[in-house]
Design a protein around this ligand. Structure first.
Ligand SMILES: [Zn+2]
Length: 251
């Protein structure tokens, strides 16, 4: 009998021996976990595209309660993030970046329903045509916020007074934005356009992000990279790969 069944998003997978895979799943009920999918790499694999990154699946898992590695039984594909033949390089990179970010932020065995719903909303918005660049920043902002790592936009991190509507000045030692009285700030400074974009992120659903200020999104990318790097104490691979490919293309 299966230990449990749950909905899950596939985060990543890697080879195990000749025919199997280990898959990392973000499950709705038990958070992130790892499972062995036997025979997942054969020519007539019963899992087919169910184990692609960010596919939404319904899985049965077998094994001992509390085991580090479970065994995957059935995996029914509920929703494929993009049909494989429609995947452009851009959307594939975007999906792998999202999966890597979710993987980095989620701890094994800790259910986070808000993170699960956030991931579904972002994938849905990407399919509906929202800008990957804006969606990427949206996902980062919300993952940081849901883990208590986003500095408040309306309050000075040093003295607690309300911030006026002005460019946001980040001060590293205070882990937040500071008011005029608490200057100088160590930086970076985020423009009013970025402030407006962040307010939009924290108020609106991601499917509204069909267009927006890409300059502000780029400014935010560097800022988020700093926050995420400080939290994870490492650089994520996917954003770096994307930057390298962009540079290659620009040559
Ligand atoms: Zn202050």
């Amino acid at each position: 009998m299966a230990l449990f069944s749950t909905e899950a998003l596939v985060l990543r997978g890697h080879k195990l021996g000749e025919t199997s895979r280990i898959v990392v799943l973000l499950t709705r009920e038990r958070g992130k976990l790892r499972a062995v999918a036997r025979g997942a790499r054969g020519r007539l694999t019963r899992y087919r595209s169910a184990l692609e990154p960010l596919s939404e699946v319904r899985v049965s898992l077998y094994g001992r309660q509390g085991a580090e590695l479970l065994r995957l039984g059935d995996a029914e594909l509920l929703h494929s993030a993009f049909r494989a033949n429609e995947r452009s390089l851009d959307s594939a990179l975007f999906l792998s970046g999202c999966a890597e970010l979710l993987d980095a932020f989620c701890s094994e065995g800790e259910a986070e329903d808000k993170v699960y719903r956030l991931a579904l909303a972002v994938v849905g918005a990407a399919e509906a045509g929202a800008s990957p660049e804006l969606l990427g920043r949206y996902l980062e902002a919300w993952l940081l916020r849901l883990h208590g790592l986003y500095p408040p936009l309306d309050r000075c991190a040093a003295c607690g007074t309300a911030l006026s509507v002005s460019p946001l000045r980040y001060h590293r030692p205070a882990h937040g934005f500071v008011c005029d009285a608490c200057l100088p700030a160590s930086g970076p400074v985020l423009s009013l356009e970025v402030l407006a974009l962040l307010r939009r992120f924290f108020k609106e659903a991601p499917d509204t992000l069909a267009d927006g200020p890409l300059g502000a999104a780029r400014e935010l990318e560097a800022f988020h990279r700093g926050l995420i790097g400080a939290h994870l104490e490492r650089d994520l691979r996917a954003p770096r790969v994307i930057r390298e490919i962009t540079r290659e293309g620009a040559r």
